[in-house]
Design a protein around this ligand. Sequence first.
Ligand code: ZN
Length: 233
Amino acid sequence: MSHATALLALQLADDELARLRARIEAIDARLAHNEALEEARAAVADREAELRELRRRQREEEARIADLNAKIVPEERRLYDGSVRSPKELESIAREVESLKAQRGRHEDALLDVLAQVEEAEGRLEEARRELAAREREWEAESAALRQERTALEAALDRTAAERERRLPAVPPQLVALYEELRRRKGGMAVARIQAGTCTACHVTVPDAVRRAARAPEGVARCPNCERILVVG
Ligand SMILES: [Zn+2]
């Protein structure tokens, strides 16, 4: 294998390494962040907070009704147990009981309203929990597949890196240095082919003398236009 062909093999290995690393990076980013799952979790938390607030209002109304009952019961007893004889006072107690019952009625209506809202909120929470469970199942399957793919990619990465290491000693270090420099400067493509007399990277005709030089196994020819290392065929 000529030095230029060995450098082309090196370039293919480096391209493959870059591809594998990019895919691993994309998988890691995906594994670190799942928007649909986070949204489903946030929705459950919102629904739970909504239900907590409604239950707090439910307890508040129930407590008010209990307080009013605690006032109504002894007042009503006084109306009928004969302990109060004054008609004026009895009338006053009757008005007080009526007023307390009216208040209780308003709180009972409010309680019924809150209970209906609690029921609806429970339904929404249940729905949000079902949605979260579905997202979790999906994510379990997806993340397992991603982790499996990542393991395979790591193995391919190790194989390709080892392959690259094996090829390196065949190429003189100054050529490897030239290759690395061109790869940095030329958007990753340090080695180009000559096809139909032109450089495949820049599409400019390669002079005959350069083509002949590219055929020599030890020599390394470079495109006069784009400076890349040239391989025949
Ligand atoms: Zn060129």
